[in-house]
Design a protein around this ligand. Structure first.
Ligand code: AMP
Length: 298
């Protein structure tokens, strides 16, 4: 496994591969866990060569967010990549990606609050501009055949699909992988490390609320407003009756939207739409995010 730190090194390493080499790319911010590694394993299985980027992208953090404290266990990450048969890790320094006087950013409407006033773009207004910018830079330098993303970040998947289509980068195949979960259902995330022991015990509330709303949908409830209300009420009840008083919890949003476009659904969910329920919440100082597909009786 080779660790590359400049765009030029990436270009040269990939140009040296034999013609016809199928290159898989997994973009990450590091602090790798089994969720990331499920993407890596899919790439190693499907492609001849796998490149993982590890870059804590300053452009996607708001000033009040955790850029400085985001965990960066570089040696563990490299060991994990090596043991999973990754060929290249691209781990550039921030000032290589954004040198002084850097001035080109990518704005993607799919991530905007106009598109979905309840979801990530609204809760974190500059987030998708940073995500889209770094992804375009990485896709342009790597030019992979396949790029792997987790459905955990559902709106990010929509942003990626939209930007590769709009910027004519669509010779890359975008693969979306399922959400890897802990044994109690909590979606794996690098930020779960921030949870205290007490918070960790209760963090599965997002998962159990999503299971609850999925069961409602499976029993025939198709009204998006009713499904959103059901999630909010369920969380409200948990906050009143079960949440310990020393655990701080704040619901940021619930959303019932089309997975492809991330548009919030009003009224009944159309039969031919792949629909997801999403929740974001803050527990202590940790931002938690999760979603689940809604399936309806046929
Ligand atoms: P991050 O390092 O958080 O930027 O995530 C890098 C990639 O891993 C993104 O495509 C995420 O959606 C994906 N990912 C993060 N957590 C999980 C998970 N629990 N299951 C599957 N994919 C995940």
């Amino acid at each position: 496994m080779q660790v590359l730190v400049t765009a030029d090194q990436v270009r040269r390493a990939l140009r040296a591969l034999p013609a016809g080499t199928r290159v898989g790319f997994v973009p990450t911010m590091g602090c790798l866990h089994s969720g990331h590694m499920s993407l890596v394993s899919a790439s190693v299985r499907d492609c001849h060569c796998t490149i993982v980027s590890i870059f804590v992208n300053p452009a996607q953090f708001a000033p009040n967010e955790d850029l400085a404290t985001y965990p960066r266990p570089r040696d563990d990450d490299l060991a994990l990549c090596k043991s999973h048969h990754v060929d290249f890790v691209f781990a550039p320094a921030p000032d290589h990606v954004y040198p002084e006087n850097y001035g080109t950013y990518v704005q993607c409407d799919v991530g905007s609050s106009d598109r979905n006033p309840h979801a990530e773009g609204a809760a974190r207004p500059t987030f998708f501009r940073g995500v889209a910018t770094v992804l375009v830079k990485l896709l342009v330098i790597i030019r992979p055949d396949v790029a792997y993303f987790g459905r955990k970040d559902a709106q990010q998947c929509a942003v990626v699909r939209s930007l590769v289509h709009d910027l004519w980068l669509d010779d890359v195949d975008i693969k979306v992988c399922d959400i890897a979960r802990e044994s109690d259902g909590l979606a794996m995330s690098s930020r779960n490390l921030y949870l205290s022991e007490e918070e960790r015990k209760h963090a599965h509330i997002l998962y159990s609320t999503l299971c609850y709303v999925t069961a409602l949908a499976q029993s025939g409830e198709r009204n998006a407003h009713t499904l959103r209300n059901a999630m909010t009420c369920r969380i409200g009840e948990w906050q009143c009756h079960e949440k310990p008083s020393n655990v701080h919890f704040q619901l940021v949003y619930v959303s019932v939207c089309c997975f492809a476009t991330m548009r919030e659904i009003q009224g009944d969910i159309p039969v031919n739409v792949d629909c997801i329920a999403c929740i974001a919440a803050i527990m202590g100082k940790t931002r938690l995010l999760d979603n689940m597909f809604l399936h309806f009786p046929t």
